[in-house]
Design a protein around this ligand. Structure first.
Ligand SMILES: [Zn+2]
Length: 325
């Protein structure tokens, strides 16, 4: 029971307190890739802790053995002992429902999000193939539209799309910056990052970690793509390019160069740039790795302790098991 309580408390703490501490963090804007990774890791860690807490309630721990017959016998005895009492059976059933419901909800929402995104992209790609003009030299699809806009349709049949309005508004070096921004989205698979964040936010819309995390990850992937473009074209040119296409609208299935966070991103590009030091990035990565490992260590500790026990010290089932709860 203690293991399950610790895991629940850890998942609750990550889900409620962590997003309030991390929301809009300045360090994440100085190292957007680290910021994206930290939000992803915290989400995965909270989810793992909640599922393991459910499993800890429903499945007792048994000593691991290479003897299959001995291991199966220990498992049967452990389960029999746990479910022999009404309290143990209720806790076990509640834990199993929690773990299965959590995993099922994530799987359903992820599948639903992937199918929807794939459907929207295919539909938009078909429209582009009909009305767009391919620019094979620059690897673009040009749309005849006066509104300056640039976006990419990621995935296997990726397209980088730009309107004639944007081509008129952008100087050559600004166009290079916009294309570098869009290609950063594609090469770093920001579409997959966003799809996973959206799936978690849809699966658990009342959990602040996932709701705030989706918005923060959306903002940080844009900043990361801005940084890639700025490394190639310079921060001021990238800022000017972003301003030129900031008002452009993109379809739901695309990742746009503009968007609602454009004002903050332009300010970030023209302010003095102080990227996070390597030491701080290493410390942040280590903290994220520890956060990911905590649920596994909480479960692994009692399981490892159980390996020191004998299976059948006095012949009674209750003495042969150690629960992971
Ligand atoms: Zn973008």
């Amino acid at each position: 029971m203690i293991v399950a309580a610790v895991l629940f408390a850890y998942a609750a703490l990550l889900s409620t307190v962590a997003p309030r501490l991390l929301r809009g963090a300045h360090w994440a804007e100085r190292a957007p890739r680290l910021g994206i990774m930290v939000w992803q890791v915290l989400g995965a860690s909270a989810l793992t802790a909640a599922v393991l807490a459910g499993l800890a309630l429903s499945v007792p721990t048994v000593r691991v053995s290479t003897d299959l017959a001995e291991l199966l016998q220990a498992c049967v005895m452990a389960l029999t002992a746990q479910y022999a009492t009404p309290g143990g059976a209720s806790a076990g059933a509640a834990g199993a429902v929690l773990a299965l419901a959590g995993l099922g909800r994530v799987a359903w929402c992820t599948g639903e999000a992937l199918l929807r995104i794939r459907r929207e992209r295919r539909a938009h790609r078909e429209v582009l193939d009909m009305v767009g003009r391919p620019d094979t030299t620059r690897g673009l699809v040009v749309l005849d539209h006066e509104e300056p806009a640039a976006y990419c349709l990621p995935g296997r049949h990726r397209r980088t799309v730009i309107t004639t309005g944007a081509l008129h508004a952008l100087a050559d070096d600004q166009l290079v910056a916009v294309l570098a921004h869009e290609r950063a989205h594609q090469t770093e698979r920001h579409d997959a990052v966003l799809a996973w964040a959206q799936a978690l936010a849809r699966a658990f819309p009342r959990v602040p970690l996932f709701r705030i995390g989706e918005a923060e990850i959306s903002r940080l992937v844009e900043m990361r793509a801005d940084d890639v473009a700025a490394a190639r074209s310079g921060r001021l040119i990238t800022a000017a390019a972003l301003l030129a296409v900031a008002g452009g609208r993109a379809p739901a299935a695309a990742i746009s160069a503009g968007g609602s966070t454009a004002a903050r991103r332009v300010r970030r590009l023209i302010e003095p740039h102080h990227p996070l030091s390597r030491l701080r990035i290493a410390a942040g990565s280590l903290t994220a790795a520890i956060a990911l490992a905590v649920p596994l260590l909480v479960v692994g500790g009692p399981a490892a302790a159980a390996t020191q026990l004998n299976y059948c010290p006095d012949g009674t089932p209750a003495a042969q098991v150690t629960t992971m709860r």
